[in-house]
Design a protein around this ligand. Structure first.
Ligand SMILES: *Cc1c(COP(=O)(O)O)cnc(C)c1O
Length: 459
């Protein structure tokens, strides 16, 4: 498979290049596969039911063909996924797709664990370790740290702003031993990012070490996320053979939703998508007005979606015209007040405890199945709610089956969940364990020379 560049369609690179470089260093564009081959459904189902590992292996195959042998791919996937997505029915026409059963209790585990193992596979051909530097404002660091922990040939340094991430997030990235470590920087997230970026362009350092990033725009994080869309859609279709499937995605950078589009291109029985955001409504506004206006992000209770300039807009706009996006997507946005109300409404109506990110999707889908797309006249897009856009599937929305993506375990956001429901969510054992581990973060001044000296002495 070749990968092209969203900013230069003449560009053609192999999977290894796309994975190891992350994005095009020439244009700054993002890599996209030149095609999305249809998967043979009979190879991934048994008696009509999908098997997750088979889905993952068959879907990944064409993208790594000629570069990762089948046996290695299968081993890689089995090692990446000792856990599975879980489809839970919460009412007559709604499923929640729980993507939080991985080590860090959030969906980013699916992408990051595949990426780490793909990088490790390709690094075998090289001399010495590959050093990954990541700056994080919270959840990315823990997913990357956990995904790369003890993976051969890779070494990870995470930078985070001291005192500016939640205590649980801090534990999740500062307690590793071995090949993963965290530096708590006396500064902001932007300062952390600047230190990392300066290191990448430092010739001196690059001569000494092979450096790479674990950026969320890496195609090897998006492709594996398509596995759970296929798996869930086939499962929902198996249980509801005569129904259309609509998938609602709580979105920030829109990587997750882009993965859903890939799954649909490959044959997942998904009729349409709902793009659901918090108050960072860049994409709903784009769908409503046709104008894409990136903006500064605003802080919300669904903070992993606080993105004002979603990087995967570039991939979506490369793959589809605005007209096609409008046919395929409904869109919705929700403010903090709505998030709290939605957590409570979900708990009251179904008994299910949903996290603030999933709550955005739950509210969007609930309004849509109750007829929100029937009348879109006079909608003010600056107010929370449905976007005035009628997708092609609008007329069958009330009778469809909805799959709502739950991207994190509610225990990661227990204060907000408790505010909404009055009850503290149960804490999964793996989170309790990490809370009890000793903190190993290394203090670091916000000073490039000091950072460089530390890297030179310690990598
Ligand atoms: C990252 C994240 C999102 C947003 O996903 P995108 O791919 O950036 O749209 C949603 N929920 C949680 C819990 C996340 O960590």
């Amino acid at each position: 498979m070749f990968y092209t560049d969203t900013r230069d369609t003449n560009a053609k690179v192999d999977f290894k290049t796309a994975v190891m470089s992350g994005m095009s260093s020439v244009t700054g564009g993002l890599y996209v596969p030149v095609e999305f081959p249809k998967v043979d459904i009979s190879k991934i189902t048994k008696d009509g039911k999908p098997d997750f590992i088979s889905v993952a292996v068959q879907m990944a195959k064409p993208y790594v063909e000629g570069e990762i042998p089948d046996a290695d791919l299968e081993a890689l996937i089995k090692d990446a996924y000792p856990f599975e997505p879980k489809l839970v029915k919460i009412d007559g026409q709604t499923y929640v797709l729980e993507l939080s059963h991985g080590p860090t209790c959030a969906f980013k585990d699916f992408g990051a664990r595949f990426m780490a193992r793909a990088m490790s596979f390709f690094n075998k051909d090289e001399n010495g370790k590959l050093h990954i530097l990541v700056a994080t404002s919270g959840d990315t660091g823990s997913a990357v740290g956990s995904a790369f922990h003890n993976v051969e040939g890779l070494d990870v340094t995470i930078l985070y702003p001291e005192g500016k991430i939640s205590p649980l997030q801090e534990k999740q990235l500062s307690t590793f031993t071995g090949n993963v470590r965290a530096l708590k920087v006396k500064g902001t997230f932007d300062d952390c990012q600047k230190l990392v970026k300066t290191a990448f362009t430092d010739k001196d350092l690059r001569e000494k070490f092979r450096l790479s990033s674990a950026n969320s725009i890496n195609i090897s994080r998006l492709l594996p996320q398509s596995f759970y869309y296929m798996h869930a859609a086939l499962q929902a279709k198996y249980e509801n053979p005569d129904k259309d499937i609509i998938v609602t995605v709580p979105s920030g950078n829109f990587g997750n939703l882009t993965s859903g589009l890939i799954a649909r291109e490959m044959g997942a029985p998904i009729k349409g998508f709902v793009a659901a955001t918090n108050s960072n409504r860049t994409i709903p506004d784009w769908i409503a007005t046709g104008d894409y206006k990136a903006r500064a992000s605003v802080e919300t209770y669904a903070n992993a979606m606080d993105v004002g300039a979603p990087s995967n807009y570039e991939r979506i706009a490369f793959m589809y015209s605005l007209e096609d996006v409008r046919k395929l997507f409904a869109s919705y946005w929700l403010d903090n007040d709505g998030i709290v109300k939605s957590i409570k409404a979900c708990s009251d109506a179904t008994g299910y405890t949903i996290d603030p990110h999933g709550a955005v999707a739950y509210k969007a889908w609930t309004d849509i199945k109750n007829g929100a797309l029937d009348n879109l006249d006079g909608i003010d897009i600056t107010k929370p709610g449905i976007t005035p856009n009628k997708p092609e599937w609008a007329s069958c929305a009330k009778d469809a089956v909805g799959v709502v993506l739950e991207t994190a375990d509610p225990a990661k956001f227990s204060a907000i969940v408790k505010e909404a429901t009055g009850k503290e969510p149960a804490i999964p054992e793996r989170l309790q364990k990490v809370m009890a581990l000793p903190d190993r973060a290394i203090p670091m001044e916000n000073d490039y020379q000091k950072f460089k000296d530390w890297l030179s002495a310690n990598l």
